[in-house]
Each structure stands twice: as structure tokens, then as C-alpha cells.
Ligand binder design. Sequence first.
Ligand SMILES: *Cc1c(COP(=O)(O)O)cnc(C)c1O
Length: 385
Amino acid sequence: MTATLPGARTRILLSTPDVGDREEELVGQAVRSGWIAPLGPMVDAFEEQVADRCGRRHAVALSSGTAALHLALLQAGARPGTAVVVPTLTFAATANAAVYTGAEPVFVDCEQESGNLDPALLETALTTLRAEGVEVAAVVPVDLLGRCADHTRVAAVCERAGVPVVADAAESLGARHASRPAGSFGVTAALSFNGNKIMTTSGGGMLLTDDPAIATRARYLSTQARQPAVHYEHTEIGYNYRLSNVLAALGLAQLERLDGMIARRRALRAAYAQVVEGVPGVEVFQRRGDQDDNCWLTAVVVDPGTAGWTAEDLRAALDAADIESRPLWKPMHDQPVFAGRRSFLNGAADRLFATGLTLPSGSALTPDQVGVVMTALTDFLDRHR
Ligand SMILES: *Cc1c(COP(=O)(O)O)cnc(C)c1O
């Protein structure tokens, strides 16, 4: 659907929903079927197909990825008096979900090249916390910008420490690590279908697991923890976290188109790589080994000493051309709301925040818009040679 409505935006954004006729068709079908809310056959089908795609036995469709993380952490035993280890380089939702449970988030830094949780530093953190008698309920590796964390090494470290993994795969649906799909790692994994993600239900998420007891309990907790009684008996606090059937219709249509959307994002990344090729001091972030990534967002990393300009200079130039770009996630240990929280740092996240810039990466970008972005980038680089 092209944006021809009054007030339609001309600004080129980082990542917007990519929807069309198929979405309209399935949402219409959901409406006509009478299955509007809360649940329905399209939720069941969506869960089945996502579980299948991610190599999981069970999937529970929820109202957001944050809700999925929250329920996964509750079931891992996160509660007041425990700690949850979270990468410092992530979106705030990962840490927020830990705080919802009453647990303390503990931040661990990343590897410079991938931006993902540094397994060696994770091991140091877990050893230190154990020596201090801190109970760690879970470690939450994040698949940053659609690059899977090094789940092989993270799992080994966590197994040695006896700590379960809750994988934050909000950004990585469709990516792979060691021949396994994103979402297949950890005791549980969380997906997000927020509007800016690789595919969207306008808002939504999914909890994935192989453990039937975890899936059953997630369904129960996400529907206000109702006991099976006609009068709504409650023995614990629940949440209103389920996904509606209408939104699942969007998800089913998006899932059919997921591979095509990933291919378009990958092509866009290749175009960026070509434009910056040979330019001193700038490279495409996560470029090496990205054949297994879903290329959700493409970023460049700028070394100002070599390039003679900064990521902020580029951001300002693109902004002047009505093109959105954004620094990589501001690390959680630098966020005012998490000031003073325990952190294990190596400097990589701060460096990436200072030097990284995410660029328009959405699969809904038209060829014209891609042309506008590539021209603006080329012009900037020419002016700064
Ligand atoms: C988007 C995102 C989330 C949250 O997902 P919502 O569906 O927006 O609640 C969690 N973690 C990461 C890393 C994300 O990018």
C-alpha cells in the first residue's frame, strides 16, 4: 500500500511496516470469520507456523516481545533477590522485562565486531556473582540487529554456571547460528512483531520453548491466570498479554512474505557495503559473516580519526536530506534509569554507541527511496574525501 493519504510522510525512515494485499486479505478474512478477539484459529495457525519456522515444539502468541521476555523470566525464577544478566548493548525492553520481575538487571558488555554478548566477559560476570552469593535467575543474550549471539559459547558458559538462557530473539527472526534458526536457542526465546521489526503484527510477540509446561503456564499467565472454574477463580497474579486473532492474521501474511522481506534487506545492505567500499575509516557493521543474519538493520561504524568525520556528521547530513538514521542502542549502563546498576564492561558497547549509525533498512523502501538514500550517502562521502 503506497502512502498517498493526506499527511503522508515523505521522510525516509529506518524501518517501517511492509504490508500489502495479502495482509489486507487475511485481516479481512479474520474479520469476516467473526474471530476478532481475543483468540481464534489464526492465532493457533500463527503459533504453529512460527514454532515450525524456529524449530520449536511450542509457541505462545503474545501482545509484545517485552511480554514474552517477562513471562519467560518469571518462569526462569527471576524475582526480587535474584539477578538477570542482560547485554548492555540492547534495546531497553530486555532490561525492563527483568525489572518487572523484581530481579536486578546486571549488564555485560559485548564483542566489538558483532555487538553481541561477550562470552568470556559473561563467564567472568557469572563467576564473580556466584562468589558473592548472588543467585542469577537467567542470562538473556540478544541477537543484535538480526545477528545471532554466539549461542554455542553462551550456552556452554551458562551450562557450566548452571544458569538458564532466555534468548531475546526480538530482532532476529529468520537468522541462523550454527545451522539452527534464531528462536531455537535457550530454554525459552522471545520474538517481537513490533512495527519496526523484520515482520510485524502491528504489535505483538511470541514466547518459544520446547517445554510443554512452560508453554502451558505462559498461556495461563497471559490470560489473567484464570483457574478452570466458571466463576473466574484466581490463585495468583496474571497478565493480559495474549495476541488477538486479527493481529495473528497480519502475522500469517507477513510470515508468507518473510523470506522476500529478508532478501530485500540483505540487498540493501549489499548496496550500502558497495557505497562505502574503499572509503577509509568506515565499514558496514556486522558485515563479516552476515550470510546467516536477517539484516534487520544495517549500520555503519565510523572511525573519525581515519575518516576525518564522525557518525554524527553523517547523521546530520542525512537528516538535512529528510532521511532518518540513528546511533546504535545507547548502552543500558549509560541510561539514567539504570544508573548505578552492576555492570561488567570492556568498552566495546560505548565505542559502538559513539561510532555506529543505523541507516534506513526497511523492506518497504521503494527503489526511488533507496536511490535517494544512496545518493545522499555518496554525496556526503564525496564531500568528505
Ligand atoms: C523490539 C525489541 C524488544 C521488545 O519487543 P516489543 O515487541 O517491542 O515489546 C525486546 N528486545 C529487543 C532487543 C528488541 O529490539
